[in-house]
Every structure is written in structure tokens, then in C-alpha cells.
Design a protein around this ligand. Structure first.
Ligand code: ATP
Ligand code: MG
Length: 263
């Protein structure tokens, strides 16, 4: 009996931790001239959750990431990070500093620099490449880079020029450049695009390792990949949320089958 007095509030706390949203979007509208890219879009991501966003080309998935990162200011709507940080009032730099990191659809690494140098620059988040490279890393920063090199299996290539890497290795490096900044919320736009089957399988495992400690939003077309990694799936279509739930739920949704998955 007495036990329950103590365990109950603790359980409630844990329940709160895992269901509190790290990101909450409410009725976001974005129009480019008269074209509505996002319409009354609402969604949330829980702390430690891995949300996959799927949907046909042009559905608004990348635009959604542009809104979260401050690249595109919506015409209306609200966006809160970590419950009470109003993203609408922050610049892209401030949003990144607040702990939201993004990987773009195409890899954008510094090809002329080594893998290690790319990670150092990303970590210091400095606009000037050369001041970053001259500044010395703390032991902690170096440990973090080593950890990321190992996690992404780039250790042996640390001193190789990034331009010499395969497409998949560049994708991994760019994910590493995100991880060294230790963001709380990671936004990844088609991270498995162009990866080999083995690389896709490996990176899926990496994402599962990151979930829990980090919250993730992953845009992906590869349903096998989504199936492996997603806690929850949101389907976008013509700038609106068409369906939400487990992958199994959305795959069984008639509208989703019609507009995206096919029969
Ligand atoms: N800056 C812009 N100006 C005008 N139209 C834009 C702009 N950015 C995006 N759009 C349009 O908004 C729609 C949504 O684009 P978005 O890139 O978000 O789609 P997506 O879901 O990421 O597609 P994909 O799967 O092809 O990457 C598209 O019709 C696109 O042409
Ligand atoms: Mg896109």
C-alpha cells in the first residue's frame, strides 16, 4: 500500500517526460504567392520520439523543416520548442543554438577539407572556416568527435579529404556534423537517399540508438527504412496532414493508399 504512494507520482513523472512535446506546431500556413505549400498544419513530436514524415513529392515536407528552422516564416500559426520557446520569434541561428539541428536533402560537406576538419567546423559552429581550424579543441570536444567518428564508421577516414568519400560516406559525415553539435531535436531530410542497402540498414540502427536521447523528425520515401525506425508516422499531402499513427495504421488508410502508397 505504502509503495503505491511513492511509485505513483514517479510513474506520472516518467509518463510526463515521454509525452511532453519537444516540438508543437499549430495551424501553420505557408503560401508562395497564391500557392499554398502548408495549410493549417498541426503536429507534435514527443521528447525522445522518432517521427517519420512521409508523403508524395511536393507535399510540403521540406517546407515543414524550413518553417521549424526559421528559414521560412509562416503566414500564420504557432511553433513551440521545448514547451515554451516560441520559434516564430527566433532567427535561424538562434533556433540552431536552441538545439534544433538539420540535415538537408543533399549532402553539403566541405569537399576540400578532411572528415575531421568538417566535424571540427560543425562543432564550433563558426562562420569562418579558418578561425575554426586554428582554434584548439577541448578534450571534451575531441572525445565527442571520436565518438561520432566511431558511431558513423568514419574513424579510418578521419584524415581523408571529404571530396574523396562515397555518396553514402558523405551522407554519414553530414549526419556526424549534426551530431557533434549535440542538438536535442534532429531534422533529417531523406537521409537514406542514395545509400546502399547495407548503409541504409546501418544508419537505421544509428537512428534507433539516437532516439530516446534525442528527438528526431525524419523525412523518407523508403518504406522499409520507415518501418525499421519510426515510433510514429505522419503523412503529408498537399500541405496538410492526411493521416497519423503507426506505419501499419497509415498504410491501411484508404486515402493514404490512393495518394501515396498506391494499390
Ligand atoms: N521558395 C518557394 N517558392 C515557391 N514554391 C515553393 C518554394 N518552396 C517550395 N515550393 C513549392 O511548395 C511545394 C512543397 O515543396 P517541398 O519542397 O516542401 O515538398 P517535399 O514534400 O519536400 O517534396 P520532395 O519529396 O520532392 O522533396 C512544392 O510544390 C514546391 O514547388
Ligand atoms: Mg523535400
Amino acid at each position: 500500500m505504502t509503495d503505491s504512494l511513492f511509485t505513483q507520482p514517479m510513474l506520472q513523472d516518467r509518463f510526463r517526460d515521454t509525452t511532453d512535446p519537444v516540438l508543437q506546431l499549430e495551424k501553420i500556413n505557408v503560401a508562395f504567392d497564391s500557392f499554398k505549400a502548408l495549410t493549417d498544419l498541426s503536429l507534435s513530436i514527443g521528447v525522445g520520439e522518432l517521427l517519420c514524415v512521409i508523403g508524395p513529392n511536393g507535399a510540403g515536407k521540406t517546407t515543414l523543416m524550413d518553417v521549424i528552422t526559421g528559414k521560412t516564416k509562416p503566414d500564420s500559426g504557432n511553433a513551440f520548442y521545448d514547451q515554451d520557446i516560441d520559434l516564430m520569434s527566433l532567427s535561424p541561428v538562434e533556433i540552431a543554438r536552441a538545439g534544433i539541428g538539420r540535415k538537408f536533402q543533399k549532402p553539403t560537406v566541405f569537399e576540400a577539407l578532411t572528415v575531421m576538419e568538417n566535424l571540427e567546423i560543425a562543432q564550433k559552429n563558426d562562420k569562418s572556416v579558418w578561425t575554426s581550424l586554428r582554434a584548439r579543441l577541448s578534450g571534451e570536444q575531441r572525445d565527442r568527435i571520436d565518438e561520432v567518428l566511431e558511431l558513423l564508421r568514419l574513424g579510418e577516414r578521419a584524415h581523408r579529404r571529404a571530396g574523396m568519400l562515397s555518396h553514402g560516406q558523405k551522407q554519414f559525415l553530414e549526419i556526424g556534423m549534426l551530431l557533434v553539435q549535440e542538438p536535442h531535436l534532429l531534422l533529417l531530410d531523406e537521409p537514406a537517399a542514395g545509400l546502399t542497402d547495407a548503409e541504409t540498414e546501418y544508419i537505421a540502427g544509428v537512428f534507433r540508438t539516437l532516439a530516446g536521447k534525442h528527438s528526431l523528425m525524419v523525412v523518407e520515401h523508403d518504406m522499409g527504412f520507415v518501418e525499421t525506425i519510426a515510433d510514429r508516422v505522419t503523412v503529408l499531402h498537399q500541405g496538410q496532414v492526411l493521416a497519423e499513427g503507426s506505419l501499419r495504421d497509415v498504410q491501411a488508410n484508404e486515402q493514404v493508399i490512393d495518394v501515396y502508397l498506391g494499390r
